[in-house]
Ligand binder design. Structure first.
Ligand code: GLY
Length: 352
């Protein structure tokens, strides 16, 4: 078991290990003020883990409500968010009470945003049940819902009180959901760790889960502690994401985030090679790693669609947009480019 402490505007631990769901009640008691909670989950995860979570909470003396919504990115929207807030109000949760997010990135982002805004902010615990949520979305306090105009366009920076990454939940993930998380893991290697890339080339992420999750969370801690509110280095965590969000939006969110990140990373790396900003070996290593982890490397989207959709991305500031561009094996850089150049990056990135 590993505990990684995050010293952000709120300090908290990320605990990584096995069998952690059984200890939820006891650990929640240590970090929460009240003894009433609402456990929020989706229709895929609730049948697997809700009873175990509630049992542990009851045994520790909590009263707990459950709120379950249909699984899928389409639920990360204003209507589910309002339904959750209304549920909390109907159940009369107070400022001393807390929310517990039990699920993947959609559950964590939506629950976190509700926690940030219900009664102007209540405590919350993240229990990520996918690899993607363990290594990225549950840590660092980004919470959000999607708007019709784009992904994560309404949200708040709001740190949790505790993150419990129970690796047992990852053993039973369907291969394609596990692969989605591998895209974010490979992203961490590409943006700042040749060691992580080397380890992934030797062995599949599934065979070294504790190392992989701990390494990514440590890297995320270092970035978040230096730039919690995403004005500088934290943007490195968006490697591949500008075009990934465009790919997701163009598919009406039927292409999952991880797959889109894989395509987006390959695209930006290919463009960087064409612009002589990154060596070709880096692109070839990335392609091999993505393929070995069951991820796609090409998108069907046109350059025009990618550039147009990328313009509604949060990373746009007036006439410029900051791209994360691989520079070497295990190292990426931020580059601010005029939005008019996006189409050229997309065209270069789509080449074979
Ligand atoms: N997922 C990117 C970040 O937390 O900044």
């Amino acid at each position: 078991m590993r505990t990684i402490h995050i010293a952000a505007s709120r300090e908290y631990d990320v605990v990584i290990g096995r069998g952690l769901l059984r200890d939820l009640g006891a650990r929640a008691k240590d970090v929460l003020r009240g003894r009433s909670v609402a456990v929020v989950s989706d229709s895929n995860v609730a049948p697997l883990y809700m009873d175990a979570a509630l049992e542990s909470l009851y045994a520790a003396g909590f009263t707990a409500e459950r709120f379950v919504f249909p699984a899928g990115e389409a639920s990360k929207c204003g209507s589910t968010y309002l339904a959750l807030l209304n549920f909390l109000a109907e159940k009369k949760l107070t400022r001393a009470d807390a929310l517990i997010a039990l699920g993947g990135g959609v559950v964590g982002d939506l629950t976190g945003f509700a926690a940030a805004t219900y009664l102007r902010g209540v405590d919350f615990i993240q229990i990520p049940t996918t690899l993607l949520a363990c290594v990225d979305s549950s840590v660092g306090g980004k919470t959000a819902i999607d708007l019709p105009a784009g992904k994560n366009l309404a949200g708040a920076f709001y740190q949790p009180n505790l993150v419990l990454c129970d690796l047992d939940a990852l053993d039973t993930l369907p291969p394609e959901i596990f692969a989605d998380g591998c895209a974010e893991v490979i992203k961490y290697g590409m943006l700042g760790s040749a060691e992580l890339l080397d380890r992934l080339r030797e062995r599949h992420a599934r065979e070294q889960l504790e190392y992989v999750v701990s390494k990514c969370v440590e890297m995320k801690r270092d970035v978040v502690e230096g730039d919690e509110f995403d004005t500088g280095r934290r943007q490195l965590l968006n490697l591949g994401h500008t075009f990934a969000h465009a790919i997701e939006a163009s598919s009406d969110y039927t292409i999952p985030h991880g797959r889109a990140v894989a395509m987006g990373m390959r695209l930006i790396t290919r463009a960087a090679v064409a612009k002589k900003l990154c060596p070709e070996e880096c692109l070839r290593a990335l392609e091999k790693l993505l393929t070995a982890h069951g991820l796609p490397i090409r998108t069907e989207c046109s350059a025009e669609t990618l550039a147009a959709l990328a313009l509604s991305d949060k990373k746009r500031k007036g006439g410029t947009i900051t791209l994360v561009v691989p520079a070497r094996y295990g190292e990426s850089e931020l580059r601010t480019v005029p939005v008019g150049e996006l189409i050229d990056w997309a065209k270069e990135g789509l080449k074979a």
